[in-house]
Design a protein around this ligand. Structure first.
Ligand SMILES: C[S@@+](CC[C@H](N)C(=O)[O-])C[C@H]1O[C@@H](n2cnc3c(N)ncnc32)[C@H](O)[C@@H]1O
Length: 223
């Protein structure tokens, strides 16, 4: 089967204030590329990337959905709290002729949380996951792209409790983690909230072991 195309680095924009696409970015996109054909049957209607940075991931998702045998026309959203990242994402989308992604500047889901309730079918998140002193989290500037505080979990642990409210009944999350974030522990913790999960991909990169946590809801037991 032919490989579906993703965004091209030569058409991707970033600068000193925006996270440069790195091994974590590429692992997430590789996992999405491998998984994409499953969306031919599940037909997601609303897809969102939290923390879009350069826009490489959301642009790749938009391109993947377009290339499916039965193309998926979903509402596509990209959120970042950094105006520089939002601008870079908009430029990267334009450079790939992708016009159907709404780019929003907000911290976490901001005012969209209420509007999106129960409707997100695909949520992508490459969070600030590096263990750092807590004071460094969301201090502003480019450090907020990676500084994750205690166990690298401070931002991750603000997002996980929102999943039951945010995701649709068939909604799924693909999230980048490193070993220090305890990816298998995250999957176990989310079982109590009705989710099941797997590690969808791993990669060794410099000093970090990256894993993609894939979570989705347990099917409801038949009455
Ligand atoms: C590790 S970078 C990932 C960037 C891009 N998605 C990628 O994979 O290359 C994390 C991104 O999350 C954004 N971010 C961090 N905290 C955030 C928050 N509270 N709300 C929204 N975006 C946030 C940062 O600005 C940064 O662009």
């Amino acid at each position: 089967m032919t490989e579906l195309a993703v965004a091209e680095i030569k058409h991707t924009h970033w600068n000193g204030n925006v996270y440069e696409p790195s091994d974590d970015t590429f692992l997430l996109v590789d996992v999405l590329q491998e998984y994409a054909r499953k969306w031919e049957s599940s037909k997601p209607r609303c897809c969102l990337e939290l923390g879009c940075g350069s826009g490489f991931v959301i642009t790749s998702l938009a391109l993947l959905l377009r290339q499916l045998a039965s193309p998926v026309r979903a509402q596509l959203l990209a959120i970042d709290h950094s105006p520089a990242a939002a601008e870079a994402t908009a430029q990267t989308l334009r450079s790939h002729q992708v016009a159907d992604v709404e780019v929003v500047i907000a911290s976490l889901f901001g005012p969209l949380l209420e509007r999106l309730q129960g409707s997100v079918d695909v949520l992508l998140f490459n969070p600030p996951y590096v263990p750092t002193p807590d004071e460094e989290v969301e201090r502003g500037g480019i450090a907020s792209a990676w500084a994750g505080g205690w166990k690298g979990r401070r931002v991750i642990d603000r997002v996980l409790p929102l999943l039951p409210k945010l995701l649709s009944p068939t909604g799924e999350l693909f999230m980048v983690t490193v070993t220090e974030n305890e990816p298998k522990g995250i999957i176990d913790e989310m079982k109590a909230h009705g989710f099941q999960g797997r590690i969808a991909g791993t990669r060794q990169a410099d000093e970090e072991t990256l894993s993609i946590v894939h979570l989705w809801r347990e099917p409801l037991a038949a009455a």
